[in-house]
Design a protein around this ligand. Sequence first.
Ligand code: FE2
Ligand code: FE2
Length: 259
Amino acid sequence: MRILFFGDIFGKPGRMILLTHLRDIVASTKADFVIANAENLADGKGLTEKTLKPLFAAGVDAVTGGNHLWDREESHDFICREPRIVKPLNYPKSAPGHEVYTIRKNGFELDVISICGQIFMPPCNSPFEAFEGFLTTRIESRPLFLDMHAESSSEKRAMGWFVDGKATLMAGTHTHIQTADEEILPGGTAYITDVGMTGSHDSVIGVRKEIILEKLTTSVPRRFETSDLGLMVNAIIVEANPDSGQAVSIERLRYKVEV
Ligand SMILES: [Fe+2]
Ligand SMILES: [Fe+2]
């Protein structure tokens, strides 16, 4: 079975990339499952029903969140109602949303979970304890997808070793910058520190670069605006054995597109 995962989809340009190109990308990668990180879907800040539904209609099977998942207060109800949105496992139980979603497709099954890092991130519980807790309460064992949403590459690397042999794949997100360290770990887990962002790359992680440069050079806060220049797909395609849950290959996708 083949799993296609897009890193943080940033704003309207990121959404347009998927709406315009997803069908072709699925055909060329022969993907069975399509997952995307959607914490920046609505102008970089959270997601809304209006911004997410077209992606589901276009063929996305499930989305993961992150620290920005709840930025839109008006969407909390939707996040509770929509099981295909997966919130980080190590946030309080009272935070709106579901912790795991099982995709059943093409005769295969895949559990989708997400965990946030603690280093240089908003407060959350231990990602390691949360993963262990998830495994102990799991009733059925099936192939497992983990989005490790974290700033620190060391924390993501450590989590990779922690879940090796237990998850089919661990894909890092949140930095919006793709890393070139994809590999299959010894226990059979496909790993990458960060998948990167699907959106504008002639920007500073999705925001118009002039705004961030002015903010950083003057130390005066500025209102962020989504950039639409230099659009790129940043994703991975992973092949896995559906019976053992072990990964066979991982390949990075990173290329320019127009919408
Ligand atoms: Fe993000
Ligand atoms: Fe994030």
